[in-house]
Structures are given as structure tokens and as C-alpha cells.
Design a protein around this ligand. Sequence first.
Ligand code: ARG
Length: 577
Amino acid sequence: MSSPADVLTERLQHALGAAFGTEYAGVDPVLRPSQFADFQANAALALAKRLGSSPRDVAARIVEHLDVADLCLAPVVSGPGFVNLTLSGEWLAARVAEQAADPRAGVPLQEPQVVPIDYSAPNVAKEMHVGHLRTTVVGDALARTLEHLGHHVVRQNHIGDWGTPFGMLIEHLLDVGEHSAEARLLVDDPNAFYQAARRKFDADDDGFADRARRRVVALQAGDPETLRLWHELIELSTAYFNSIYQLLDVTLTDADLAGESTYNDELAGICAELEAAGIATVSEGALCVFLDGFTGREGRPVPLIIRKSDGGYGYATTDLATIRHRVRDLHADRVLYVIGEPQGLHLRMVFAAARKAGWLPDTVEVVHVQIGNVLGKDGKILRSRSGEPVRLRTLLDEAVERATVVLAGSQPDLDDAARATIARQVGIGAVKYADLSVAHDSEYTFDLDRMVSATGNTGPYLQYAAARIRSILRRAGGDADQIAPVVVTDEAERLLALALLGFGDVVAQVGASLEPHRLATYLFELAQTFTTFYDHCPVLKADDRAVRASRLTLCAATLAVLEQGLGLLGIAAPERM
Ligand code: ARG
């Protein structure tokens, strides 16, 4: 299905061609929603300069050649040379009826691309923090959206599962016993496990630090027993990650794990290849890539270190390996790294080095989807009162608890199981929506009170809007099962129809710009438009049978868009609220 904006753009381009010759066919007519009409075309202003005539005259000539009688009221030239376009009720009604019958609610499929998405990426034996929450939630919304648009998404959970701390962690695991309650901490309270290991390492009782160091060497040498213990650590940590993913209703599974260690065997080759190609050079004992345009203080070049002077590889080398793998083995068309904003320089350098090495052809797009900080109410990075990073599980549990309290008031008759399910959907939906409704690269304040509020631009507000429509449709009984012909007469109906028809464009925009907050804003505005419609246009009590059936179809179409839109954001639309 083509959106109203697409159809109008095509007609305008046609008119430009007819009025000014083929040279002007295909020029972007610059169509924008406006407060004076459904859409305003701005082509005349740009064209007038080129043609050397007045914008209003150019606009008038466009209108003369514009054939939109089948879908618009008469076009009007306004202001300095805009063309105002207002869609007719009949045309909107017919399109909305089509959309109501479309299981995809008007979202077109795109030419499929392969899109690996690097997101979540927590670290083994460590707590996930709010930063991980944000990459997880944003990455998952992008994965769902791009998949829905027809792309082949490859989820890549680049967990931190390698490095020197593993010597200490493995020794601690041996000390406490693999099946002990202390080992279980890895699943329930990973920081407690990590800190216990760290304390022993720092205190260095009974030569613990030495054992830890020897263990790192054994791990790197591939000692089988050491590897077995390392696997045990990964497995317990994965159980922890999965418990959070499940609570969050995130689509990541064990099949998506592709942690740092995945690339161990490739790092030496990467260094050798870059050195042989003259791209990497040894500087002060370390193997470095120097890239144009990356300079620090006093214009001194900043190196990307790919092998430290002690022979160890770091974060940069593994990330070079991720690109090479995603392009060469996964055949990526577009690679997304949904990672914290502070890692921007790291990624820019890695991308540049990969391009230089020929591992990242110009035909492949790589994007750093920057994740901004989450702040506490004091405006600083979110921490608990004791200064520790706040436990993610605690935050999520609290959100669900708040939702439980609200539901006990609003839906006292729910049975316990239904209440638990809906409270989880609402509490988690509130947290996810708060994250997704702001630009992913801006900071936001973690404020549970605001997030769970049923008013304002919140998850519960949208979920409530959907639940209310469900209740209208339930009360309509079987009358709502059929898609009825739609009639659009009232202005509120017209605006609702127009808003509904914008869904496909918005989803496509999210896929292109990788900004889920555009979808959130759209859904919020749609819910408000629906409220105005519902206030002005009686549905169940409509006098006329045909009007009632038409309005029920508008309700059903709105529910479908809300449900699918929230679904693309990874947010459930509860049955009742
Ligand atoms: N594990 C890292 C962290 O917790 C994030 C890794 C992101 N992914 C990547 N390919 N560098 O900060």
C-alpha cells in the first residue's frame, strides 16, 4: 500500500513534469504536514529561483497541472507559494478500509537486506546496569522493526567473556565450589560474586593473586580443565542474562551469543595481515594503526592499538574482527552497533581501520547507534544511595510492583494470574517506553513515578488506549468482527483516518533513521487523535447502523496500529487495564 504522502508526491512530480518539462519531473516536491491542510507542498519556493519567476506564479502553474481530483479537495495556493492539499473523506475512508483489512496494517515490505545488530552485550560475572538496559531495549526494537520491514536481522550479543579477570573468577569459582550457593550468585547477584573474587585478589591471601595470574595463562593456552571452568562461568552468567531478557521480553536467545572470545583465533591473523599491508606499525612496542584525521592534543596522531606491548589483544582488535566477520561471513549490507555514546571514538577508528584494510567495502553501511546516559533524579549517572550502580533487576521489580498497585485499584476483579501477567506487561512496558520515547543518543532521567503514570507520553497511557478500544470492541459483540465500509464525515474521523494511514511511513522511517522514538511519538499522537474522535463521535451509540459499523472499523484499525506499533517497540498491549 502506498501512503497518502507517497501518492501525493507522485502526483506532484507528475505535475512538475507537465508544467515545466522533464527536467523538473522527479524533483522532490517537499511535502509536509501542516496546520492549514493535510499536507503542504513547498516545491515552488525552490523552483522559482531557478525559473526566475515568482513562487506564487510557479505554485499556480503546478496547481494547474495537478491531477488530484480523485483524492483531494481543490488544491489551494497559500502563503509565499505553498500548495495546500486536503484529502477527501471518501478517499481516506477507502484507504483506511483497505488498511483495516491488511494484516500488516499498511506497513510495506522492503527489499531485504542482511542487517547484523550488535546490542545488549553485558559482561560475564557482572551486573547489567541501566546502560545495558538501554542498548538492549533500543537494539531489540530496531531488530523487531527491521525484521518486520522484511530484512534479515542477525542478532549479535557481543558479551564480555574474555580477559584477565577470568583468572581471578575461575580461581574463586574453584574455591567456593561449582555447585555451591556462592557460585549461584552468578545467576542471582553477579556483582556479589565478582566483588568476593576481587577482594581475595586484592588481599592476596594464600597466593590467590598468583594463582589467578597462572590461571589466565592456562586459559589462554587452552588448558582443558580451565576451559571447562570458564564455560561454567559463561553458562551461569548466561542464565542471569536470560532471566533479565525474559523479564524484559527481549528477543535475544543463546543462539545470538557471539561474545568477545568468539574471535580469539582470528586476532593474531588480523594483526599479521594489517602489519603485512603496512597499515599497522609497531610504536613503542605496541602494534598500532594510525589513521588520517584522528589526532589528539597538539595534533599528535592517536593510534588504534591492536596489540599491546605485552603481546595482548584488546577491545579494538576484537571489534575489527566483528566487522570482518559480519561483512565476510554474514554478508551484511548494513551493520548496526548499538553501543554507548562514549564509545564513539573507538568505533569511528575501528570503522576507519576496517575500511582501510578492505574489510568494509563502501557498499556496506556501518552505523554506531549511540546510546546516551541514564541519569538519576539528581542529574548524575544513576547510582544507588551507597554509590553503587543501581541493580537493574531491582529497578525492574520495582516497576512491576508499582504497576501491581495501580492495577489493584483500576481492575480489582482480575484473578491473581491475570493481574501478575498484566502488571508485568505494564511495569516493563513503562520502563521500555520511557527509554524508547526519547532520542536514543540523548540523556534521560530514570523516574519510575513518571514512567508508570497513566497520563502523558508514557507506556501505560498507550497500553490503556489499546485496552480501552478492546473493551469497546468487546461490548460491540460480533458487530466488530467484520470490516465494514468506512464513511468519513466528521472532522475527527477524518483526522483519525489520516493518522492511521501514516503508520507505514513511520515504520519505514524508523528502519531508515534507526530512531524508535519516532514511532513512539507517532503512537502517542495517534492515541490522542483517537481520544478526540471518541469524544466527538459516538461509536456504540451511533444513531445509524452504517455509521456505527464504520466507526467500529476505525476502532479496530486503531487497535491494530497501536498493538503492532507497540509490538515493534517490544511492548505488550494488555487485554485489560
Ligand atoms: N561489553 C561492553 C560493555 O559492557 C559492550 C560491548 C559492545 N559491543 C561491541 N562490539 N564493542 O561496555
